[in-house]
Design a protein around this ligand. Structure first.
Ligand SMILES: [Zn+2]
Length: 126
């Protein structure tokens, strides 16, 4: 299997509903998101996916969240905007966008969301 990853950053506000502690209050993070793809076959010029294309996909997802209060955006009006749920959101969105580009040749392996330099959450599917 070949694997490629890109990282992008964004800054957003959120509040964790039901959290007993200071994270229940509105606060912000400088998030970092790493999206990793995998596939057994390269394209005709030896790439799994062009990094530029992958960055476009990730940036398109970020554009909706950057400098916003995430709790106001679907699905986070009901889904708690934890790093775990953000990782799943990026996974689902990137998978959908990637499918139209690679037609199933490449899949999203996992997504890691960094809330800080030392706290991360990762989502993947078997
Ligand atoms: Zn937080």
């Amino acid at each position: 299997m070949f694997q490629v990853s890109v990282e992008e950053t964004f800054s957003s506000g959120h509040a964790l509903r039901g959290y007993k502690g200071k994270c229940e209050n509105v606060h912000g993070h400088n998030y970092r998101v790493q999206v990793s793809l995998e596939g057994p076959e390269l394209d005709n010029i030896g790439l799994l996916v062009d990094f530029t294309r992958l960055k476009q996909i990730v940036r398109a997802i970020i554009q909706r969240l950057d400098h916003q209060f995430i709790n106001d955006l679907e699905p986070f009006t009901t889904v708690n905007p934890s790093a775990e749920n953000l990782a799943k959101y990026f996974y689902d969105e990137a998978s959908e966008k990637l499918d139209s580009v690679t037609r199933g040749r490449v899949r999203v392996k996992n997504v890691t969301v960094f809330e800080t330099d030392t706290t991360t959450a990762t989502y993947s599917e078997p």
